[in-house]
Design a protein around this ligand. Structure first.
Ligand SMILES: NC(=O)c1ccc[n+]([C@@H]2O[C@H](COP(=O)([O-])OP(=O)(O)OC[C@H]3O[C@@H](n4cnc5c(N)ncnc54)[C@H](O)[C@@H]3O)[C@@H](O)[C@H]2O)c1
Ligand SMILES: [Zn+2]
Length: 373
């Protein structure tokens, strides 16, 4: 099969980098890295699941090309995106005698990408890093845009920095070792781009979503590249979320983060599963407020059902869900300013907007439609 290769530039005011998307790209990572970084020492950061699968291949390439490279591994899962993992990484980097010519390589999902980016921003006041995302979610979302963070007991991603990578290398073949549940979780973020501002992409997903989730190479390539282009455009226009445009990427996330917090960021509900449910909730609230045609909510429900997502909270997880508790958890979200929660709502599929004046009672009413069914 001919390899399809696509380069998506992320053109920020003070920094420009490329997202390179191609199947089997990881067979040669040295050529693209040498094009942007001159350092010959680097540290690959990965987790206990991904490292045994892919780290050797990467480290061997560095060794053959004359780099001094080492590996730092942390435990897998969102609960390990925390201060103690960050401290462990920083101590290991200092043991390696990291200097400003070194760079970090984030080899893993969003957890590894976020914590590696944060470590890169902090160590020696900042060294370069590149992203090699290995989950669908990381390939379409977290590896692009420079948001780095760790979770705190008070909430998700509350300690972090904006710190852009020097390069993002996306190879869809690594998705083959990912479980079905993780693929569906990543697909939720793809769906999000269609819902935000790209109705034709949503319509394409209605036709080809099953092929994406079955990892058909051409379908995955198109979905990943379209998602990366969408994210790159939004990030270039509003890197630090000042104009409100980047905040649209949080569609489904105000609800989703509350669901994740309720279950203690455990595997009971994955981030992408929470986002998929959160998108439904945002559309329900938009319909309740008279902003969105009910047919658009129905269309979204039908597609999500066809993909295999839960459509109610009891179907999502066996948990004592309570609308009032979820609203309290939303108040801890980063997007709260002057005690006002920010909601990303929709006038329809592909037409999202921000609203900071939503009463808790409307949110509770919408949430209860997913609990008391
Ligand atoms: N920075 C951002 O803009 C941004 C955006 C969205 C999400 N996030 C963050 O991303 C995280 C979620 O990312 P995620 O879903 O990738 O989670 P993850 O990194 O925990 O990966 C999910 C699981 O899959 C395993 N895995 C990864 N790649 C694999 C592969 N190729 N084969 C087999 N197993 C593999 C991991 O070890 C882990 O157990 C959350 O912490 C979320 O807050 C950040
Ligand atoms: Zn997300």
């Amino acid at each position: 099969m001919r390899t399809i290769k696509e380069i998506v530039p992320v053109a920020l005011e003070n920094h420009r980098y490329e997202i390179i998307i191609a199947a089997s790209l990881l067979e040669d990572i040295i050529t693209p890295i040498q094009a942007v970084l001159t350092g010959k020492r680097c540290v690959v950061i990965s987790d206990a699941t991904v490292a045994p699968l892919y780290a050797d291949g990467i480290l061997n390439q560095f060794a053959k090309a004359g780099y001094a490279a080492t590996l730092i591994t942390i435990n897998s899962g969102d609960k390990n995106k925390n201060f103690s993992s960050l401290q462990y990484i920083c101590e290991k980097l200092l043991d390696f005698k990291v200097d400003r010519n070194c760079f970090l390589v984030a080899l893993g999902g969003g957890v590894i990408g976020d914590i590696t980016g944060l470590a890169a921003s902090l160590i020696l006041r900042g060294i370069p890093y590149i992203q090699i995302p290995t989950t669908l979610l990381a390939q379409v979302d977290s590896s692009v845009g420079g948001k780095t963070a760790i979770n705190m007991p008070q909430g998700k991603n509350l300690v972090g920095a904006f710190y852009q990578p020097s390069l993002v290398l996306i190879d869809s073949t690594v998705l083959r070792t990912l479980g079905k549940r993780e693929i569906l979780a990543g697909y939720a973020e793809i769906l999000k781009y269609g819902l935000i501002n790209d109705a034709p992409f949503f319509a394409w997903l209605e036709q080809h979503g099953a092929a994406v989730c079955a990892l058909d190479p051409a379908a995955v390539h198109y979905a990943v590249a379209t998602s990366c282009r969408a994210k790159a455009a939004i990030v270039a226009a509003d890197e630090k979320e000042t104009s409100g445009l980047r905040a649209l990427l949080n569609l489904g996330h105000t609800f989703g983060h509350a669901l994740e917090a309720a279950v203690g960021y455990s595997d009971t509900v994955l981030h992408g599963e929470a986002v998929a449910m959160g998108c439904l909730m945002a559309f329900q609230l938009s319909v309740d407020l008279g902003q969105c045609p009910p047919q658009d909510l129905e269309r979204l429900k039908q597609h999500q059902q066809a993909c295999g997502y839960a459509l109610t909270l009891p179907a999502l997880a066996d948990f004592p869900w309570q609308a009032e508790t979820l609203v309290e958890l939303m108040a801890l979200d980063k997007k709260v300013a002057d005690q006002k929660k920010t909601f990303v709502l929709a006038k329809g599929i592909g037409a999202s907007y921000l609203d900071k004046n939503i009463d808790d009672s409307s949110v509770i009413k919408a949430l209860n439609k997913f609990i008391k069914v």
